[in-house]
Structures are given as C-alpha cells and as structure tokens.
Design a protein around this ligand. Structure first.
Ligand SMILES: Cc1ncc(C[n+]2csc(CCOP(=O)(O)OP(=O)(O)O)c2C)c(N)n1
Ligand SMILES: [Mg+2]
Length: 340
C-alpha cells in the first residue's frame, strides 16, 4: 500500500536544516516569499484604489507557493488556481501581466508554453485533470518533466479533483497534487467539507503516497515537494501533499469573513505568519540582517511600482476581441455592428 504520512512535517520549529540547501538557496527562497508577499499586499491596496478588480488574497500562503516552486526544475509545469495567481512571477512572468489579469485585460493572458505555467484556474478543481493529462503526456513522450497542481481544501469535494487524482494514479503520471488546506472554502469550514480526519488520508483511496506538511513552514514544504518530485521523476507516479494552514485574510476583496470566521484563531495565525517565521529562522542563522531585508523588500516594492505603471499604461482592449475566435458566423443579434 502507498505510504501516507499524516504526521505534520516541520523544519523551522525543529531547528533542523534541509540537506542540500546552502545560504544562496535559503536567501533565494526568502526573495521569492517577499516578492509574493509584496505582490499580495500591494494588490489589496490597488483594489481599494480601484486600479484592479476583485482580488483573491493569498497572504500567509507564500510559504506553500515559494517552497513548492523552488523544488521544481524549469521544465516542470505549474497549474495554479486563483489563489496562486502570482506564482508565475517566480518563473519570470512580469508583474504587469498578472496585474492585467486582475484588471480583466487580455494582456493578462500568457502563452503557458513560454513559462511552463498554465492559465490561472478559477473554476474549482477543473485544472486537476488538465495537470494529470499534461503529466501523463510527459511520461508518454519520455520527457523528464513533472507537473504540480494547486487546489484548496474545498476542491477535494469536486468531481474533477477525484477524476484527476484517480487518472494520475492509474497512469502513474508524474504529478504533484498540492492541496493548500487553509481550512475554509469561502465561508464553508473544513468540518463541513469532509468527514476525513485529514485530507491527506484521501491519498490512500487513490493508491498514491501522501504527506502532510506545515503550510507555514517554507522549508518543510520545500523538502516534501522535492521528495515528491524525485519520486515522480523516477517513475513513482503522483504524490498528494496536504499543506496545513489557516486562512488569515478574507477569501477575496469582496468578502467580509467577520460574519463566520474565528477571529481569535486568525489573530494567532497572523502572529505566526509564514514570512515572519522564516525571517526569524534566517536571522537566527545569521543570514539576514536589517540591511539585506530592506534591500530585498525595496526591490520587490519597486518591481510592483513598475508593474502597475506598465499595466495602467496599456491601452484599453478593442471590444471586438470578445468575439475573436468565438464565432465563424456571428449569430444575428451580434451581427449588427460586427466588423469581424
Ligand atoms: C466549480 C466551481 N464551483 C464554485 C465556485 C465558487 N467558489 C469560488 S472560490 C470557492 C471556494 C474554494 O475553496 P477552496 O477549494 O478551499 O480554495 P481557497 O479559496 O480556500 O483557496 C468556491 C466554492 C467556483 N469558482 N467553481
Ligand atoms: Mg480553502
């Protein structure tokens, strides 16, 4: 039977080191987390200023995103949900492109093959079968690449999740199913989502290994994902990773969680948020000081200033674009004024 470890894996609190990670790698992980945090915090401000539309906040999810991406190689594919909208920044997608996406501008679409990053998926779990299919395809072609797909706790109740997970296991596709268990699906708590004791237990039913990590611990996430990637590359098929977290921000800018969330629990989570935890770890190791921290944070802030300026400088899209590639023959109600 596939091994499922439902004991929570940790690194930071155990004060241990992850094999093979030197100072440059640890700081590179830090830069990625700061970039994501800055993207997220600026986006909430841009939303309030009316410069982007509704935005899905990922504050305190940065460890899950950066830790897992750093365990991948360039040829590996990333399938993000809306919660990982800015994960492509770690693969070189410009901030302006992602900001365009949240501005509803077509310049927010990129060619997935340019970055090995699929489109941001808003329907819950529908990208899981896409990722399973791509990973299976890589295996059939004999390519040395795997895929990772991100989805939430709520997504595990969707048919598409089941279909994708089962297909990946049956075909032994090199896929990492990365569940960001933030314990909420908008206002639905995990307890109303499943009777399973832990989401990682679902892996047993698909016959794939499962591992449960502290989602606020970037090094535990990195280590668990690296093992899953190694297993995928060596023909071991898919792995299910449950990263345990707690949503410390509203679901999105359109949500007011005070009506349903446990505010005390949110405060606890904020105090132990993932970036601060990692900063304290790096400081204890003597790798991070005030000057370097300020330099890295300023760099990220500058990137966002440039990104929003570039996004706002882009001319409005031609409304005709809505119909491009949609109809060979537009229906009569659209023909009036149609120039295509
Ligand atoms: C197929 C589908 N059904 C419903 C929705 C509406 N919806 C948007 S976010 C969300 C909650 C998803 O929760 P979870 O999977 O835990 O992800 P999280 O938002 O916590 O990252 C729902 C139901 C949707 N986007 N797609
Ligand atoms: Mg959730």
């Amino acid at each position: 039977m596939a091994q499922v470890a439902n004991e929570l894996r940790r690194v930071l609190d155990e004060e241990r080191e992850v094999e093979g990670l030197g100072e440059a790698d640890l700081l590179s992980l830090y830069r990625s987390m700061v970039l994501l945090r800055t993207y997220d915090e600026r986006s909430v401000v841009y939303h309030r200023q009316g410069r982007i539309g509704t935005y899905a906040i990922f504050w305190n999810h940065e460890a899950m995103q950066a830790g897992s991406v750093h365990a991948l190689a360039e040829q590996d594919w990333i399938f993000p949900s809306y919660r990982e909208s800015a994960i492509g920044l770690l693969r070189g997608i410009p901030a302006a492109t992602v900001l365009h996406w949240w501005r509803g501008h077509p310049a927010g679409w990129w060619n997935p093959a340019d970055y090995n990053v699929a489109s941001i998926c808003v329907p819950i779990a529908t990208h899981v079968p896409h990722a399973a299919g791509l990973a299976w395809g890589k295996k059939l072609k004999g390519e040395d690449a795997c895929a990772i797909v991100y989805f939430g706790d709520g997504a595990t109740s969707e048919g598409a999740f089941h279909e994708g997970a089962n297909l990946a296991a049956v075909m032994q596709a090199p896929l990492i199913l990365f569940c960001t268990n933030n314990q909420w699906a908008i206002s639905t708590p995990l307890s109303a989502q499943t009777r399973a004791e832990a989401l990682v237990d679902k892996a047993v039913g698909y016959g794939m290994p499962g591992v449960r990590v502290d989602g606020g611990d970037v090094l535990a996430v990195f280590e668990a994902t690296r093992e899953a990637v190694e297993s995928a590359r060596s023909g071991g098929g898919p792995t299910f990773i449950e990263a345990l977290s707690y949503r410390a921000a509203p679901h999105a800018t359109a949500d007011d969680p005070r009506a349903y969330i446990d505010l005390e629990r949110v405060e606890q989570e904020k105090e132990n948020e993932c970036l601060g935890r990692y900063e304290r770890y790096l400081r204890r190791l003597g790798m991070l000081g005030d000057e370097l921290e300020a330099e890295i944070k300023n760099e990220a802030a500058e990137l966002m200033r440039e990104g929003i300026a570039a996004a706002e400088a882009e001319p409005d899209p031609d409304p005709e674009l809505l119909f491009d590639n949609a109809y060979v023959l537009p229906p009569p109600n659209l023909r009036e004024g149609w120039n295509g």
